[in-house]
Design a protein around this ligand. Structure first.
Ligand code: BES
Ligand code: ZN
Length: 615
């Protein structure tokens, strides 16, 4: 019997095959109102009761094949939400379908949605709505079987005020005046490829777009369209590289939407429409690996999906592996090695943050009673990558191992898989090398906390300059500071500058005099590349440079990417003298923050969920 510890829905007795959504976006009440119609297939005879996942939804009515059906909402679980039990007025047998229609309304505090005021947008004129369903937030937007083990197609009609545009994780299927209200437009979407609920996505805002390739457009408020088009100009080349590595791209369109700064992730692989943070707009394409990453999810994640969030590494580990293979093709093997080394450091940081004995540092953790948002870290990404890279070396190199990954994708396309299924396929595919595979310490890799049992030896060609310069700063005494020059960093690429700062962040804090000298020479305050700025500001606050505290808090609040915002708040919080200031600034911004970011930062700063702003 399969189970998903993060879902109440009955995935053993029936499966959703198709979802039809009809939604009205109400910016005044901050709710979505409408109906979700699910086509479900029974997996057993005498099937008549089903449970759907919901969270903070107001259920208005339920019908089955057009007949009214009775329903009850259970009690609310802290992160799983509220089970919705539906009793069909009839039985169906195994293999038969039933159409269940739920009329409902979302809550203004739906965790999947952020409602922005016009002031929070670039244009300042129109409100904006976006969703982020991964991992388990779709249930706060649509009543559904909110488990990645269930895949279905969808069709949607979304009504928005006529000055706004709606887009979804699907192919656009036209729009027309809302027959119920001439002040509104209905946008239609179709997603003919079966996909899990966490990939349903919706946005409404004053959006414009521009073509950047034969199957790609960038979307954003008009202020960013131009910048986004040039930053992401390599998209088609990346898609073609990915197709050579992994097989055909099955989703038709590949668009990119640049969201407002509060978007909590770097990127999100919503089918047909990757969501991206505006902090990727570095001006020099240096952060485009995030796009390579989201493109890669079109195979690993969206086609082959983790069965539950306990197997999340199958999504992210393989995607990082593919992302770096794209980097290898478009740049060089040395570049891949350099990025892999950076990833190992990110893994080390996550292991340090959770603690080396934390079960959440297992590659395959148990998520029984664990909120997936609390478990999120670099572990599934980088322990997953490290395992795949280790296997690559054992099995005969990148070409050989990439053929396995391609074959794994073909084997499990359109389905959801567990770690055991992956491992069994690995042993089947490499049946001539089973002796070598049997020497791998699988239990240590998968079910043991801390760093992996094997440390890969990556090529250091591109890292050497970063290592040398960081070591020079670490070892420098006060009197040595004159040995540093403005030109030290002139030959470093943005990637190398990021690596240089990461290396310094792994050591004890530099003396304040050192950091100030570094500013005098390198003027890192002037860097707008988000990855550079983030590390530099942490470095400054760690060395207790008081004037930089407000600058760090400004970055923490002006954008809301979790990867930056939470560590920046944490860093200031760790500086005893400014602990209260960190909490004060957080409370002042909390109401305008993304619900997931606000919740996670509250936990990091040990703020009560209910603590008020005091203003
Ligand atoms: N799917 C993730 C984002 C995500 C994971 C959202 C879990 C919610 C829950 C996305 O593909 C991702 O990994 N983004 C990274 C990009 C990076 C690893 C290149 C990010 O947001 O930084
Ligand atoms: Zn990812």
């Amino acid at each position: 019997m399969s189970a998903d510890p993060c879902s109440f829905s009955s995935i053993n007795s029936c499966l959703t095959k198709h979802l039809n959504l009809c939604l009205n976006v109400d910016f005044t009440k901050r709710v979505l109102k409408g109906r979700a119609t699910l086509t479900l297939e029974a997996l057993e005879d005498r099937f008549s009761v089903l449970t759907l996942d919901t969270r903070d939804l107001k259920i208005i009515s339920v019908s089955a094949n057009g007949q009214e059906a009775s329903f009850t909402l259970g009690s609310k679980h802290s992160f799983k939400g509220t089970p919705l039990e539906i009793r069909l007025p009839f039985d169906i047998s195994r293999g038969q379908h039933v159409i269940v229609e739920v009329k409902y309304e979302t809550s203004p505090s739906a965790t999947a949605l952020q409602w922005l005021t016009p002031e929070q947008t670039a244009g300042k004129k129109y409100p904006y709505l976006f969703s982020q369903c991964q991992a388990h937030h779709c249930r706060s937007m649509v009543p559904c079987q909110d488990s990645p083990s269930v895949k279905h197609t969808y069709y949607a009609q979304v009504s928005v005020p006529k000055d706004l545009v709606a887009v979804m994780s699907a192919v656009r299927d036209g729009h027309e005046m809302d027959p119920q209200d001439s002040e509104r437009i209905v946008y239609r979407f179709r997603q003919p490829v079966p996909m899990p609920s966490y990939l349903i996505a919706i946005v409404a805002g004053a959006l414009e777009s521009r073509e950047i390739g034969p199957r790609s457009r960038v979307w954003s408020e008009k202020e960013f369209v131009h910048q986004a088009a040039s930053e992401f100009s390599e998209t088609e080349q990346m898609l073609q590289t990915a197709e050579k590595l992994a097989g055909p791209y099955v989703w038709g369109q590949y668009d990119i939407l640049v969201l407002p700064p509060s978007f909590p992730y770097g990127g999100m692989e919503n089918p047909c429409l990757t969501f991206a943070t505006p902090t990727l707009l570095a001006g020099d394409k240096s952060l485009s690996n995030v796009i390579a990453h989201e493109i890669s999810h079109s195979w690993t994640g969206n086609l082959v999906t983790n069965k539950t969030w306990e197997h999340f590494w199958l999504n992210e580990g393989h995607t990082v592996y593919l992302e770096r293979m794209i980097g290898r093709s478009m740049e060089s093997e040395q570049f891949r090695q350099f990025k892999a080394m950076g990833g190992w450091k990110d893994l080390q940081d996550s292991v340090n943050t959770f603690g080396p004995n934390s079960p959440l540092t297992n590659l395959v953790p148990s998520l029984q009673d664990v909120d997936p948002d609390d478990a999120f870290s670099s572990v599934p990404y980088e322990k997953g990558f490290a395992l795949l890279y280790h296997l690559e070396e054992l099995m005969g190199g990148p070409e050989v191992f990439m053929e396995f990954v391609k074959s794994y994708i073909q084997m499990f396309a359109y389905s959801s898989v567990t770690t055991d299924q992956w491992k069994n396929y690995l042993f089947t595919y490499f049946k001539d090398k089973v002796d070598i595979l049997n020497k791998v310490d699988w239990n240590a890799w998968m079910y043991t906390p801390g760093m992996p049992p094997v440390k890969p030896q990556y090529d250091t060609t591109l890292a050497d300059a970063c290592i040398a310069l960081s070591q020079k700063w670490i070892k420098a005494k006060e009197q040595d500071l004159n040995g540093f020059k403005e030109s030290d960093i002139k030959t470093l690429s943005s990637h190398q500058l990021i690596e240089f700062l990461s290396l310094l962040l792994q050591e004890d804090p530099l003396p304040l005099t050192h950091v100030k000298k570094m500013q005098d020479l390198y003027n890192l305050n002037s860097y707008m590349n988000s990855e550079i700025r983030f590390r530099w500001l942490r470095l400054c606050v760690r060395s207790k440079w008081e004037e930089m505290v407000p600058v760090a808090l400004k970055m923490a609040t002006e954008q809301g990417r979790l990867k930056f915002t939470r560590p920046l708040f944490r860093q200031v919080y760790t500086f005893e003298k400014y602990r209260e200031e960190a909490v004060r600034v957080f409370l002042a911004h909390r109401a305008a923050m993304h619900p997931v970011t606000a919740g996670l930062v509250a936990k990091a700063l040990k703020v009560e969920q209910s603590q008020s702003t005091g203003v």
